[in-house]
Design a protein. Sequence first.
Lengths: 785, 156
Amino acid sequence: MSASTFGSGIRRREDPRLITGTAKYTDDIVLPGMLHAALVRSPYSHARIGGIDTSAAASAPGVVAVYTSADAEGEIAPAPCAWLLPNSALKIADYHCLAKDTVRYVGDIVAVVVAETPSQACDALDLIDVDYEPVDAVVRPKDAAAEGAPQLHAEIEGNQAFHWTVTGGGDIDEAFANAEVVVRETIVQQRLIPNAMEPRAAIASYVPATGELTLWNTTQNPHIVRFLCSLVNGVPEDKLRVIAPEVGGGFGSKIAVYPADFLTVFCSKKLGVPVKWVESRSENYQATTHGRDHVQEIELAATKDGRITGLRATVWAGMGAYLSTAAPGIPTILHGLMLSGVYDIPAIHEDVYGLYTNTTPVEAYRGAGRPEATFMVERLVDLLAAELGMDPVDVRRRNFIPKFDSGHDVVTGLTYDSGDYGGALAKLLGEAGYRDLRAEQAAARESGRYIGLGLSTYVEICGLGPSQVAGAIGFQGGLWESAILRFHPSGKVHVMIGASPHGQGEETTFAQIVAGELGVSPDDVKVIHGDTDNTPMGWGTYGSRTTAVGGAALAVAARKIRDKATIIAAHLLEAAVEDMEYDDGKFFVKGSPDSSKTIQDIALMANVAWNLPEGVEAGLEATSFYDPPNFVFPYGAHLAVVEVDPESGSVDLKRYVAVDDCGPQINPVIVEGQVHGGIVQGIGQALWEEGVYDDGGQLVTGTMLDYALPRADRLPDIEVHSTVTPSPHHPLGVKGIGEAGTIASTAAVYNAVIDALQPLGVGSVNMPLTPERVWRSIQDAQGRN
Amino acid sequence: MKIPVSITINGRRFERDVEPRLLLVHFIRDVLGLTGTKVGCDTSQCGACTVLLDGVSAKSCTCLAVQADGASVTTIEGLAGGDGLHALQESFWNKHGLQCGFCTPGMIMASHELLRCNPEPSDDEIRHGLEGNLCRCTGYQNIVRAVRDAAAGGAA
């Protein structure tokens, strides 16, 4: 039963090439005559460039060319910022692909060397003499906003990239003036380094005779790369082909189009031969975008019985030295509009200040603004519970938006699609055995053990999104997706799709959608993506939008096919179209299922075109462009159980239970995998990960030795459950699931640790909750300093 | 100055003259074109370059090609030893033990070593056995399942 493959956890079709080492990532591709580029990156966080002497490098063995900003003048535009946040006094500093006279972060590019081998290019880097004159740097966003702070860009006063506000509902000052209870907190959302396992890479191959250029690029959005490269490098879009081959994870860090990408294209254009650039992991830490970096001052107004009456926040968001491609929208649109969370909050106000700092540019990182919002809200709710002596469950239940299935407006201006937040929490409490856990916790405390329970009930915005909204919020692109579905004469199918998955398994998911809609075997469906020359336009895989938007485009295309097939089947069966029925790949006259035409029969007839109804074109192919009417809003409830050792400060994550609702699951095994990975990234933020700069702007956590990524031995098995609430506006009812785990889990783990520490008098600890920090917080709370 | 080496990879002997500084992983990838073995870091943390060196797992970024002179190396391409899949490859596929796939060749080779040393590991032992290999996609849980599954099937 082919239709039953929709909803089935079939094995991924991607895997055979990946488990045998035959998949080709960008660095695995070798072109004849290919040269290799390496980049001179600034070792200073902020310095004037007095001069650059490239002569020794230029004559080094194997070196073909050395370029600095003077060579690129007029040939390569600054790297663009493509999210022009309106009503925010946005000020975009020029992000030169080769620094002109000032470097502004450790990793800013000063020169590029092209040589015959990668090692020759690297050797030559050391021969380039750059005369740096260091100046004062500023690395923390709130410091950058202070009077007298070092200024990054002469034309941008106070380092302020933007000031964005969201105000919704009732008068916020009145809400706080009349509040019976107010809780406050300052939260540091530390800087995170995404660490996709495949470092970034690019190969550009320019053919002077035709003016055509092909760029292999490890990207989440090849069509956006094509668009921006055409603008920056001056290669017309029709002559520019971008291929995202196998891509080894992204998590937001492969959305941006980077100076290094534009420079690889520039070098190939200059030299007329293929040029490859591959970053090292250390280079990745310095120059591939980071995430988070907020300081959040937040407060919640409520009544004595625990009803929330207002939420107010001021956020200082570090943007790094320049604004990356989508950066301004992350701490604003994707953050501030989500501050109502799963709660009915009558008044909300937030100010967000985006600040330039002498650090690596900050971009989307899994969740992108929404984890920062969820954390704020879930932290405040727990603080309110503690203040009122209520169970965190009861405070949540008192404020949940009641169950709804066709739209709910929140005061930030969004309309959530569907949700049953109380239902998800109820399921979580049952699966986890919450009452028993609380009893165990109480008993453990009696014996001097510190167990904590942490809840996070979240809703997120994804499936970005209606293009009209994209325009209104300054996103310099569309947010629709497209698909072409083509039947060959033998009944086999090609899907050409604009979305560009890079580990999420959507070649499998998409084939299951086609199978579900048209009754073919998923094995008969080939899914082609990631090549701008043979796929229709797509706006990229991020924001948990590929199944939600790309999958919808594919479903709509399949339904167009079904409509045409019905007409052809009616003709072949000599029946009226309105008398036809369809079931699982078969078309038949109502009441006569035994005399049917299969979709394969129709595909053959449509392709040979011997006997088609009048006015029906040959071929069985459909194209669709799907622009969603609204975002989708997955949600869920998570619980973390930890035990803290007060002697060492170490946190043992004992259990993690998740209930997520992403609507109907096309492939539940893939969904579970996304949930696992997402949760672990959020746990990483809570417990281990932090991108650290010293006061001078040196990246202290500059390698995998220094940055604590989650490891297998540090984690428990995650207990995954789900509820199913279809989106009312989506053709398949599905929502996204790629980021949900990360959005929920940081707050759950943090709340659990604070719950464990409550008897010791600890109120808050900055993340990550390392043993040292936890231990110190206990010492401080116990007055032992 | 280049130095001659003779290294057997996946059962086939290769004789090449290499720079003394050439890492084994670059010999495998760049000289021989066996790109299944990956480079994910520059500090020997990630384990994406794990191969079997004379039957024992090694991070091929920690070994010079000249040090491997005379050795026998197995990479992900040669693990199954034929057209089919090795039991670990099957179990990673069956248990959804991979997403982007970049860490997978190294993870499978490290799992091979784990099961060689401990054919019936507990989940805890699997987690400790794989602590030298990083994966950013899966959260490791399905990798643990895959190794457990392979062990149950006698993959060692």
